[in-house]
Design a protein around this ligand. Structure first.
Ligand SMILES: [Zn+2]
Length: 397
């Protein structure tokens, strides 16, 4: 028997608001997907949040307030806010959450657990809103607690990131970024909240000292250090993996740490009885193994391109803006932190595998050159690093 999917509410013209329910056959375990608005193209696209009805009631992720979508994804990139997005009311996404929960027969006061897949703004910035209307215990990985609970975390990353931007050779943002960062931080200050249940390893969900048998936590680091997924359904049944941003389709997740991410892909490859993967953005994934294989090949190709680009000394930003490095040609004069993070993650793994080395620093920009070996020899060492779990990556987020 395959999973049953029921459409409860279709998408609105903002390409969000859809509510779908997935039922695991032969059980009472259900997952409801609520699609909340987030910026497309300049952002990751609408964020799916999930209500899990198992032995307890869990909400995974929250989405982000409409006002912060405008600031973080448009103003931050120096892009104009399209009029239809400017016109969205401030409580647009809060209403989508309430409507979605109601369609499934619930309200915020019914939640036992609010789980956060990771501490990026599009995943937890409406947590404080949910906590004002209900009393769920907040669960997140220990490594994400500073992003979720410290109101100054975003501003501090922003300010320290400015030096990194210069070292990469990427242009600084054209707007007065510090003022915008301070402004966003004032708004985000009230959005931080306490994590009640910090988790740090794969385990069944525990609530008030008892084990929840049909929901377990999987640590899936790489996109961020403490990314987690929820595996819904008991072992011998068909299970649903709620994957956060650890695995996406059709977009590919940006790995903050590629070595950890490649290990996570290997771990996902070994997961049994996964009938469906429901990610935080984009479409559902029916065949986990083939998506994992696609992503492994994708990073293999990008590692090779990065290695070959360093035949002569190159800065990370020169590599990111090479033709065909990304599917779309990037404007070298435009600040693009996601592209820079993606490029740097590949360079870092090549550095660890001694495939590239830093040749020199000129005017504060770092340049890298390759070892001159055939790429396949370097890739063998990358595979050794991925397989040797004891090798600690240099964390860089
Ligand atoms: Zn996301």
């Amino acid at each position: 028997m395959s999973l049953k999917c029921t459409l409860l509410i279709p998408n609105s013209p903002s390409k969000s608001g859809r509510v779908r329910r997935f039922q695991i056959p032969g059980t009472r375990t259900r997952v409801t997907q609520i699609t909340t608005f987030c910026a497309d193209i300049v952002g990751p696209g609408p964020t799916h949040i999930y209500l899990v009805e198992g032995e307890c009631i869990v909400l995974l992720d929250t989405g982000i307030p409409a006002s912060l979508v405008k600031k973080l994804f448009y103003s931050w990139r120096g892009e104009p806010v399209p009029p239809e997005i400017e016109a969205l009311p401030d409580n647009y996404i809060e209403e989508q959450i309430s409507t979605g929960l109601k369609a499934a027969g619930y309200a915020m006061k019914d939640l036992d657990i609010l789980a956060i897949s990771h501490g990026h703004p599009d995943h937890f910035f409406l947590g404080s809103h949910i906590l004002r209307h209900g009393k769920p215990k907040v669960l997140a990985h220990l490594y994400e607690t500073s992003a979720i609970s410290n109101p100054w975390e975003m501003l501090s990353r922003w300010i320290s990131g400015r030096e990194k931007i210069a070292a990469l050779g990427m242009p600084q943002p054209s707007y007065p970024s510090l003022e915008l960062a301070e402004h966003v931080n004032r708004e985000a200050e009230g959005l931080a909240f306490r994590v009640d249940i910090p988790v740090f390893q794969d385990s069944p969900l525990q609530v008030n000292g008892s084990t929840v048998h049909d929901i377990s936590i999987r640590h899936l680091p790489g996109h961020s250090p403490g990314s987690i997924g929820l595996l819904v359904g008991a072992r011998d049944e068909q299970r649903i993996l709620l994957a956060g941003d650890a695995i996406l389709y059709p977009i590919t997740p940006v790995p903050g740490d590629l070595l950890l991410y490649l290990r996570t892909l290997r771990k996902l490859e070994g997961l049994e009885n996964v009938a469906l993967v429901l990610p935080a953005h984009g479409r559902a994934i029916k065949d986990l193994r083939s998506r994992v294989l696609f992503l492994q090949n994708h990073h293999h190709r990008r590692l090779r391109l990065t290695y070959e680009a360093c035949r002569s000394p190159r800065s990370p930003w020169e590599i990111a803006t090479m033709p065909k490095y990304f599917n779309v040609r990037l404007d070298p004069d435009k600040f693009n932190p996601l592209a820079a993070t993606e490029t740097l993650a590949h360079m870092e793994v090549l550095l660890m595998a001694a495939g590239i080395f830093r040749s020199h620093i000129r005017k504060g920009v770092h340049y890298f050159q390759n070892s001159g070996e055939p790429f396949r020899d370097v890739y063998e060492r990358v595979k050794d690093l991925v397989n040797d779990e004891k090798t600690k990556p240099i964390m860089r987020y």
